[in-house]
Every structure is written in structure tokens, then in C-alpha cells.
Design a protein around this ligand. Sequence first.
Ligand SMILES: Cc1cc2nc3c(=O)[nH]c(=O)nc-3n(C[C@H](O)[C@@H](O)[C@H](O)COP(=O)(O)OP(=O)(O)OC[C@H]3O[C@@H](n4cnc5c(N)ncnc54)[C@H](O)[C@@H]3O)c2cc1C
Length: 454
Amino acid sequence: MAPILIVGSGPAGMSAAIALARRGVRPVVVSDAPHAGGQGFRRLNPQMALDARRIYGAEARKYEALHRDFEAILPQIDYRPATLVWAIYEGKAFILRDGQAGEIAWSGLILAPGATDRIMPVAGWTRPGVFSLGAAQIALKDQGAFIGRKVVFAGSSPLLLLAALQYRTHGARDIAVLDTTPLGAKLRAAPGLRHSPGTALRGLRLMRALKRLGVPVHQGVRLEAIEGADRVSAIRFTAPSGQECRIACDAVALGHGLRAETQLAELADCDFAFDAALRQWLPVADADGRAGERLYLAGDGACIGGADAAIAGGALSAEALLAELGEPGPSARRRRLRGTVARLRRFQRGLAGAFRWPHEEAGRLADTVTVCRCEMVTAGEIRTAVRADLGPAEVNRVKAVTRCGMGRCQGRFCGPALAEITAEASQSPIDAVGRLRAQAPVKPLPLSAADTRS
Ligand SMILES: Cc1cc2nc3c(=O)[nH]c(=O)nc-3n(C[C@H](O)[C@@H](O)[C@H](O)COP(=O)(O)OP(=O)(O)OC[C@H]3O[C@@H](n4cnc5c(N)ncnc54)[C@H](O)[C@@H]3O)c2cc1C
């Protein structure tokens, strides 16, 4: 019989693999990352002698336990790191490893591809020295490096605070946080955070630690421009008082929350629905993560929920899949996992109010600002296309006319802003402008991959 296939080796994929291995099942685990851990629990580069407690703080034990458990099951699973799933078609995953293409058929599929940074462009964001927030963390966890000497963490995300603290505790002195969500919005969102008081408390501790270490955190700012000649030299913003401010810096880490990686789910024929709280399209799945026959979604790729929800969701999808295959485990465990995932996702929706996606900024973007970095498409070009006679008001049509979203990143970085600008220019509700359709290959492939396919 074909194996169970897990795509992704972040917390969700690892946890699904651990649950299956403990039930005596040998899954294939495929991930394009060289090491397990995904984003939240990215494995620290051992050559950098980084201390997990300084990077992961209160989460360090969880990080260590998950990696230890995953390493323990390695002999019981078929783990294929550095392997990309670039398409899903007719019950098979099409993969690429070391330049060699291949296919994997499955008896059950668990998709756990995680999320990527969500970015609202700002004038100057394509300058050298601007990184996504995630990339700024990866530089530290993978290479033990900072992205600059004077780093500003800008946008709207709890990860801004986490990344700033990680930098500060590793010796970065000249850093600041510019948070675009006003304090008032955070207070209004507070009731939604009751679903995970422990996580909310961790957030408060983060704020306190930054204060104690003298890291300035400006809340409720409006980002105006990232300045510089051939690379970043400053970031300009408006304070809530209306005062224009400027911080000299040589690097900016930009992030406005996360967007689920949904391309593989779409290629696997999942339905989609618009999630108004997270303001993004998500694949439709039931409370166990079941999205189709022997098809399950887990972790941030199903719905942004954080690492704990990913761990619970991975185990839940494994248990539910086994039950569908005729090997049910204890129903109490599934009920408990289901409750955990649902609760943490409710928390995450509350968090989306405390760290808002600043969608209204799309309307303020100057026409000259680049939105699509791959194809160099500006906000003005998108508006002109939408406002033309018989101009499109659906993002795939706008993409066809402007090439925004057609490049190397396949709309991962420009897609959210493209949708907002299209909605604003066509005066349509955001859920009426659609979502960029997934296309295989979901990530770039070398042309040689076509030759090696049998
Ligand atoms: C850049 C970034 C930084 C983050 N930092 C933190 C943090 O410091 N702390 C925290 O608590 N949370 C962090 N998060 C949130 C994070 O998403 C966690 O909630 C958690 O890691 C989600 O687990 P997951 O297993 O769903 O996905 P991930 O951890 O993202 O893992 C997904 C895995 O799927 C693989 N994958 C994706 N697409 C494919 C494909 N086509 N083929 C093969 N493999 C594929 C990836 O390589 C990765 O290994 C971060 C998120 C991002 C995007």
C-alpha cells in the first residue's frame, strides 16, 4: 500500500510524523528545508553555538522536546529533507531533490507547509538592507548574524517584539520597534486574547523585557518611507501625535503578520473561504483538519494559529487520518486536540486585532511604489489597469494585465497588497476581488528538472 505522505517538517509536520510513528505507521515526510523545525522551531545552526534558551526563551523546552521526539522516530519514518513538492496532481506529489525529479503516491496526505511573512509595501521597501521579518530571524538562527548594525523592526506583528528581543539579547544595541497598530486597538482586542492567557502573558513579558533593556517601542505609528541612496540609511514615520520622525538605521526588518501557504492545498482540490478576521483566503477543512478524502491540513498552512496550534493540529490530523483509514485511536485524545486547536485559533484571531494588517495603507501608497518586486510592478500600474475602461477587478485578471504576482515568488509577497489595491481602486469589498490562483510549480524549478522526469 502507498504510504501516508506528510508535506512539511515544521511543528505541524513533525508532530504528525511523531503521532503516526507512535502508532506503528511509517510515513514519508518531505520538506524543502534542510532541517526539521520549520519557522517557529527552526533548528539552530549547531556551528554557531547559539543558546536555545536565549533564542526561544520560555519556549526553549518545547523546542528541545519536539526536536528530541522527532530525532527519536527518524528510524521509523522515511524522512526526505531538502525535497520540494512542486505540484500535486491526480493523487501524486511531484518532488525535486538534488536536481532529481520524482513522484510520490499516497494512501493519505497531510499538508503542513506553514506560512510566510505578510508584507504591506512602503516607499523604499525594495532598497538593499530591507529584509522580511522572518528573514531577519533566519539570519540569526541560521548564521548567527544580524541583518545590520542599526536595525529597525517595523510593521505589525508580535514577532516584531520577539525578533527585537532575540537581537537585543544577542548583543544588538542599536535597535528599535515601529509598531503600526495603535495601543487603543490592542486594548480593544484584549478580550479576544482570553483564549490563551499564557501566550498573552508571554507577549506582555516580551514588552517588559524590551523596556527593561532600553529598546524603544513606538506604537500606532504610520510608516512613511525607508530612505537611502544605494542602501537603507533611515526610516521615516509619523507618530500618533502627528509628529514626523526619522530613525537612522542600516537595516529594516519588515513584517505585518503571516499569510498561510495554500498553493498545495489548492492543487489538491481544496475549497477556499475568506476569513474576515485574518483577512485572507484559507482552505476549507473540518475541525480535524480534514479537507477531502484522506486529505488533511495542519498548522499555519491551514489557518494561522502559532506553533502550539501547529503541534496539536499535526497530531490531530494524524489521528483523524488513521481513523479514516480504519484504525481509530482513543476518541478522548482527538477531542482534546480538537479543543486545543480551536481555542488557539480563536486566540490568533484576537491577536489579529491587536496587531492589525494595515490594509487601508494600500490606498495611501504612492503610485511610484513598487508592489511586485519580481516583475517590478508599481501601485500606479495596478491602479491604472483596474481603473481603465473595462479594467479588471479580479486579481488574476489584474495579474494577467500587469504581471503583478507572475514572478519568482508567485505572489507570496505582493499578493496581499495586490488584492488590497485592486479592492480600493475598483471600490469592491476585499473578498470580491478573489485570490491569486495557485500554479505548479509552486516554487521555481530548474529547467533541468523537466529532463530528469521519467
Ligand atoms: C518567517 C517566519 C518566522 C517565524 N518565527 C516564529 C518564531 O520565532 N516563533 C514562533 O512561535 N512562531 C514563528 N513563526 C510562526 C510559525 O509559522 C509557527 O506558527 C509554526 O512554525 C507553524 O508551524 P507549521 O508546521 O505550520 O509551519 P512551518 O514551521 O512554517 O513549517 C512548514 C514546513 O513546510 C515546508 N514546506 C513548505 N512548502 C513546501 C513545499 N512546497 N515542499 C516541501 N516542503 C515545504 C517548509 O520548508 C517548512 O519546513 C514564524 C513564521 C514565519 C513565516
